[in-house]
Design a binder for this molecule. Structure first.
Ligand code: SAM
Length: 302
């Protein structure tokens, strides 16, 4: 088997296969076996469970997942790696490869309960947001991302890393940083630290019974993004821009004036007990949710 723990061995293998590393695909192999093991264990999957793997590369994590008797559906874009993966795992009937850009291919597949990925830095945040906004929620996900992205994923309201992405992740997951991964654990070495993060599907308890997270109105995610759009602006000003941008603020068939829209913002915030000079960075998920529900009820946004 290929020695996934040695940069030299991987380089030799790539040379033999006539392959190069493509920067545009964020290719950094995780050559630290202890960290690979810890990440796979954090997934909490059992033998026979199906796991989606994003970006298998040369198969370092894939081999570990298959060793644990999981069924693996792997999404890879690099044609050279695809050729190698098919060869390396030809005998594995629990291995399926989905070729192409995962941002496009995943929607044709039935989601598995688990997802693991040492995510390419250029698509990590987009892909995670894409899953959440399209309602694809995994029971457990373990992802490796740039530390700066991980801090945004796990940030609490009021902290400097809190962003629309934090709210997005917190809307359906409990997030937990697992470990910082320094550049020396990768080949080639990236310029910045990475972090392993666990995302567990939220199951808030209601009346002693486990229940799913609330159903979010369609307007929820666009509203959250918009309220964070200009961080320095108050929630009132961002809400005003949001309503204007929708061009769906009508009163008896006629567009509202700016003045009327401002008054509407004041009323919406008052109804939800949110101060006009509040900033999104200090708002909890429940406040975003109640605002979204108000907009939905007022049929301002359809
Ligand atoms: N899993 C391997 C490891 O941990 O050593 C490789 C991880 S590497 C950071 C990211 C992998 O994602 C590469 O194999 C890269 O080719 C693949 N990749 C990049 N962009 C992709 C995309 N849009 N869709 C599918 N795979 C992608």
């Amino acid at each position: 088997m290929l020695n996934y723990n040695s940069a030299a061995a991987l380089r030799t293998f790539l040379d033999q296969e006539g392959l190069g590393m493509q920067k545009k695909f964020g290719q950094n192999f995780l050559i630290n076996p202890k960290i690979r093991q810890t990440l796979v264990e954090a997934l909490g999957a059992k033998s026979g469970d199906e796991v989606w793997e994003i970006g298998p590369g040369l198969g370092a994590m894939t081999a570990l997942l298959l060793e644990k008797s999981f069924s693996v559906k792997a999404f890879e874009i690099d044609l050279g790696f695809i050729r190698v993966l098919k060869k390396l795992f030809a005998e594995e009937n629990r291995f399926e490869l989905i070729e192409g850009d995962v941002l496009k291919t995943w929607q044709q597949e039935t989601p598995a309960p688990f997802l693991l990925g040492n995510l390419p830095y250029n698509v990590a945040a987009t892909l995670l947001a894409n899953f959440i906004e399209k309602g694809c929620v995994f029971s457990r996900m373990v992802v490796t991302v740039q530390k700066e992205v991980a801090l945004r994923m796990t940030a609490a309201a009021g902290s400097k890393d809190y962003s629309s992405f934090s709210v997005l992740c917190a809307s359906v997951y409990n997030t937990k940083p697992l470990m910082t991964i320094t550049p020396s654990s990768f080949f080639p070495q990236p310029n910045v630290d990475s972090m392993g993060v666990l995302l567990e599907k939220k199951l808030p308890v209601k009346n002693g019974e486990p229940s799913e997270y609330p159903e979010y109105p369609k307007v929820f995610y666009p509203l959250v993004r918009s309220l964070f759009a200009a961080r320095r602006k108050t929630v009132k000003n961002n809400l005003f821009s949001f309503l204007l941008s929708r061009k769906q603020v009508f009163s008896q068939g006629k567009p509202l004036t700016d003045e009327m829209t401002r008054e509407m913002c004041t009323a919406i915030l008052e109804e939800n007990g949110i101060k006009e000079n509040q900033r999104a960075e200090n708002m909890g998920i429940d406040e975003f949710l109640s605002l979204a529900k108000t907009l939905e009820n007022m049929r301002i946004y359809r």
